[in-house]
Structures are given as C-alpha cells and as structure tokens.
Design a protein around this ligand. Structure first.
Ligand code: FES
Length: 123
C-alpha cells in the first residue's frame, strides 16, 4: 500500500529571506524528499500549501489508507533530514497498520512528531 509523504511547500523557517530563485524552505525540502524517495517502492510524494504547522516549519505529513498517519515538523531543508523522512516513510509503507518499530526510527525524526491520526473507519 502506498504511503504518501505530503510536504508543505509554503513553509518558511524563522529568518527565511528570499534567494534569487525565490524558493521557500518547504519547496527546498520537498525537492530533497522527492529526490530521496524517487526509487523507493511504496512511496509517493506530493506538495501542498500550509499544513497548519507554520510555527514549526518545515512541516510534513505521512498518510496511507487504513494506517495510522502522522504530522511532523521542525525540519530544515537538509539532505540528511529529507533522507530520515523517506527512511521512516518506507518502514511505514511496509508496515501493516502504520506502526513502525521504535528501533527502525531514524534519530532525526524522533523529536519531530507532533500528531498522529488513526485511520478513518470504513463506514
Ligand atoms: S506554511 Fe507550512 S505549515 Fe503553514
């Protein structure tokens, strides 16, 4: 089952100033996550405007049908952090219910979980 990584493309971390390319921190992080996830089975990445975690930019959500979903925040647009999101998401994709063994959590994601969302009932 596909795990979707949704990256807030409008996030700007404190101190953000426009660069020549005009990219937000969220757009930079999204690009890094898209690159890291490009060949990983079971993962899809999408961009979305504001996930309502603006005070803790950059924000990311992980979701899959029938599985526990998660909101994460406080990311910077750095390759190691993007890889941590993808590594966790790959475990999520392989899990039955969206519960990833603690031993498989990349260190970089551990302090960044802010919410979890039980799957919707069937009816
Ligand atoms: S702008 Fe990214 S969570 Fe609001």
């Amino acid at each position: 089952m596909t795990t979707w990584i949704t990256v807030c493309e409008t996030c700007k971390r404190p101190g953000w100033v426009p660069q020549a390319d005009g990219l937000t921190d969220g757009e930079r992080l999204a690009g890094l996550i898209e690159h890291a996830a490009r060949d990983v089975p079971g993962l899809r990445v999408r961009r979305h405007a504001c996930l309502m975690g603006c005070e803790r930019a950059c924000a990311v959500a992980l979701q899959a049908a029938g599985k526990m979903g998660y909101g994460l925040a406080d990311f910077a647009p750095e390759p190691d952090l993007a890889q941590a999101v993808v590594t966790y998401a790959a475990h999520h994709a392989r899990s039955r219910a969206g519960i990833v063994n603690w031993a498989d959590w990349p260190e970089a994601v551990k302090p960044r979980f802010v919410s979890r969302h039980p799957p919707l009932p069937d009816a």
